[in-house]
Design a binder for this molecule. Structure first.
Ligand SMILES: *[C@@H]1O[C@H](CO)[C@@H](O)[C@H](O)[C@H]1NC(C)=O
Ligand SMILES: *[C@@H]1O[C@H](CO)[C@@H](O)[C@H](O)[C@H]1NC(C)=O
Ligand SMILES: *[C@@H]1O[C@H](CO)[C@@H](O)[C@H](O)[C@H]1NC(C)=O
Ligand SMILES: *[C@@H]1O[C@H](CO)[C@@H](O)[C@H](O)[C@H]1NC(C)=O
Ligand SMILES: *[C@@H]1O[C@H](CO)[C@@H](O)[C@H](O)[C@H]1NC(C)=O
Length: 324
């Protein structure tokens, strides 16, 4: 089969890359091949666009361009080995991952280009700076690897994406200093219980630390826990809080995905400056109480006695009135 990439006029493809941001690509993702029914786009950038100042119904699972309406092929899941790790491809376009053309257009980096190993605003090797003085290509919203804010995967133990709410979506894995390279791995807690037979719903999340519009990223995946041995469910998650200056103030246990700078549904607010002297920006790192790697404290009745199942039902009722 001829690749659609080869047929695209080069300038158009490059033009798309310069505006692109990032998403985590894999076969279990929603809106693989884009968001036009019947017209697979193997150079889709649909999941990578930032979310800013949107209604909840639009930012949630990137509904703003209908990403959530295009599930992966039946049987394709992002597999999460309990106690192990999994990899995804962080990229600015599907065409720059192994999902397209057998990976012919990939590099070590999310933009398919080559960059120095210690790529930074002081080691650009000819690449441009962004208008905000950060790395521009790929659009990683950072000055260097150590400033990269961190990204996270969250899971909801439901199989229907429309059943996922802020109250049942739990952050289970964090990778500090990402997004950075294309192939990125995340660790899975050993105690992750199995999903329902039709799988779970996962979300990839990122809030960059400045370097442009203060937006957020979220998109969906069908996922499945493999090698599960524990049956204790995940606890109902709580909204994280900023706790950089005093780690004793961090929220312990299961935490929600952070919603920031949207038109509604924000669950974290910050004011002032962080310890580095920059405007505070919530992040999937220690500033908001997230440890690097598997989040091992998310199970059981960590939120005071109520069983997770009972809690979930309470939230379902609440959701009918408050959410969507
Ligand atoms: C994506 O497009 C490729 C190439 O047309 C096709 O082989 C694959 O089945 C498609 N997958 C989905 C989920 O649409
Ligand atoms: C599952 O567990 C078995 C036995 O403990 C182990 O050999 C195997 O590597 C595990 N598989 C994964 C995907 O982690
Ligand atoms: C990364 O960038 C920040 C902000 O520009 C800077 O303070 C820091 O020294 C840099 N770190 C490295 C390792 O280059
Ligand atoms: C859950 O509650 C039971 C009974 O109160 C307690 O024994 C157990 O340690 C709790 N587990 C967690 C993870 O809090
Ligand atoms: C449980 O409730 C007590 C009293 O309301 C509170 O102090 C404590 O922080 C709670 N623990 C957790 C893990 O939510």
């Amino acid at each position: 089969m001829r690749s659609a990439l080869a047929l695209l006029p080069v300038p158009i493809f490059l033009a798309r890359l310069t505006v692109a941001h990032l998403a985590a690509f894999n076969k279990g993702m929603y809106c693989l091949n884009g968001t036009v029914a019947g017209q697979p786009d193997v150079n889709s950038g649909d999941p990578v666009t930032p979310l800013w100042n949107l209604q909840q119904s639009d930012y949630w699972f990137h509904h703003v361009n209908k990403c959530d309406e295009f599930p992966p092929a039946p049987g394709d899941f992002l597999e999460l080995p309990a106690g192990g790790s999994f990899t995804v491809e962080v990229a600015s376009n599907q065409g720059l991952t192994t999902l397209t053309d057998g990976g012919k257009h990939t590099s070590e980096w999310p933009d398919g280009q080559n960059h120095p190993e210690d790529y930074s605003i002081t080691n650009l090797a000819g690449a441009p700076l962004s208008p905000s003085g950060c790395i521009r290509n790929p659009n990683m919203h950072t000055q260097n690897q150590s400033m990269a804010a961190g990204t996270a995967f969250a899971i909801a133990y439901v199989s229907d994406i429309s059943q996922v709410t802020p109250d049942n979506l739990v952050v289970f894995s964090v990778r500090y200093n990402t997004p950075w390279k294309r192939v990125t791995s995340y660790d899975v807690p050993a105690n992750m219980p199995a999903c329902p037979e039709a799988g779970c719903i996962c979300a990839w999340n990122w809030i960059p630390n400045g370097c442009g519009e203060p937006n957020m990223y979220m998109h969906g995946h069908k996922c499945m826990v493999t090698n599960a041995t524990s049956t204790t469910p995940v606890a109902a998650p709580k909204p994280p809080v900023w706790c950089e200056e005093d780690q004793s103030q961090c929220v312990q246990g299961a935490k929600q995905v952070m919603v920031w700078n949207q038109a509604e549904g924000n669950n974290i607010a910050v004011t002032g400056y962080d310890l580095a002297g920059d405007h505070k920006s919530p992040a999937y790192n220690s500033k908001c109480g997230f440890k690097d790697g598997a989040q091992n404290d998310i199970f059981g009745n960590a939120s005071n006695g109520t069983s997770s199942r009972k809690k979930r039902m309470t939230h379902k009722v609440k959701r009918a009135g408050l959410f969507f």
